[in-house]
Design a protein around this ligand. Structure first.
Ligand code: ADP
Ligand code: AIR
Ligand code: ASP
Length: 279
């Protein structure tokens, strides 16, 4: 297999040039970071799970008319997406108080918010992704006013739909982070939902027990990381096909049995002979 050109390596994913102009490949790593990468670790099998969970959620959102960057999943760790110009804003929706809002406003974790709250953070690791107002976004030209209106209206629709989708499988969608980007379509500038939607950027609580099923298990050293991500996939009926893949590709079985075999899938486009490739 030919090696592909790497465009970017982030904390959780690597981006490669895609097969056609205007496309890129997202490779999902097992690396986990928190608190602006001050805390680092790995969650075995996370890349495989997030690739599949994000595919599922983006596809469901696409089906209700949300424009997304997702094209198709290529294999266990990679998906093909449309390349966008990322708008440097992290859009956070909060339904229940958790994380930063509790510290900032002195609200007890788990408090139902009077209504869903949309917040914006400037996507800038050096500045620690500061909370910003809509005014900053338009004044500094990070997004034009009509783009911001579109982002907010898409975000509200995404939240309504995902709350119901998660509740249907016994999970409360506490909060989550979205990223959007621009593409040119027939000389029209459009906004697409980009990046990923997975337990890395959502807070997900079991509706019955309140158990955390997301990256807070890593942030707060709660253990059971792979198991929590697997349970999210399992609730959506996505685990069976993941488990059917040979052990050495996914390493989920090893993670389950606490066997520390490493994942042999390579991010440079080369793969072991027995990798299941669905492209
Ligand atoms: P980070 O950059 O915060 O460390 P990741 O490791 O997840 O995060 O890297 C993925 C990067 O790819 C992010 O910076 C994200 O903004 C960017 N990205 C996501 N989707 C697209 C897309 N469709 N086109 C271009 N860039 C994208
Ligand atoms: N998030 C924000 N920046 C990066 C991520 N992943 C997500 C968190 C959480 C929500 O946004 O995963 O679901 C709110 O995070 P916080 O830290 O602002 O409370
Ligand atoms: N800020 C994000 C988190 O806490 C990711 C990171 O900073 O690395 O999850």
């Amino acid at each position: 297999m030919t090696r592909r050109r790497q465009i970017y390596e982030g904390k959780a994913k690597i981006l490669f040039e895609g097969p056609e102009p205007g496309t890129i490949i997202q490779f999902f790593k097992d690396d986990a970071t928190a608190f602006n990468a001050q805390k680092r670790g790995t969650i075995e099998g996370k890349g495989v799970l997030n690739n599949r969970i994000s595919e599922y959620l983006m596809t469901r959102l696409g089906a209700i008319g949300i424009p997304t960057h997702f094209i198709r999943r290529l294999n266990m760790r990679e998906q093909l997406v449309r390349q966008v110009e990322i708008i440097p804003i992290e859009v956070v929706v909060r339904n229940i108080a958790a994380g930063q809002i509790c510290e900032r406003l002195g609200i007890e974790e788990g408090t139902q918010l009077p209504r869903s709250i949309v917040e914006f953070y400037y996507k800038n690791d050096e500045l620690n992704d500061p909370l910003i107002a809509e005014e900053h976004i338009t004044a500094f030209g990070w997004a034009a006013p009509p783009e911001l209106d579109e982002i907010i209206s898409l975000t509200i629709r995404i939240n309504d739909y995902l709350c119901g989708l998660f509740m249907g499988v016994g999970i409360q969608l506490v909060d989550f982070k979205l990223e959007f980007g621009r593409v040119w379509d027939n000389e029209m500038l459009r906004i697409l939902l980009a990046d990923e939607i997975s337990p890395d950027n959502c807070r997900l609580w079991d509706a019955k027990t309140g158990e955390k099923m997301d990256k807070d298990r890593f942030r707060r050293d709660l253990g059971g990381l792979s198991e929590a991500y697997q349970e999210v996939a399992n609730r959506f009926g996505l685990m069976q096909e993941i488990e059917e893949v040979p052990d050495n590709v996914v390493d989920l079985k090893a993670a389950k049995s606490k066997d520390k075999k490493s994942d042999t899938t390579k991010p440079d486009g080369t793969k072991p002979d027995n990798t299941k490739d669905e492209s």
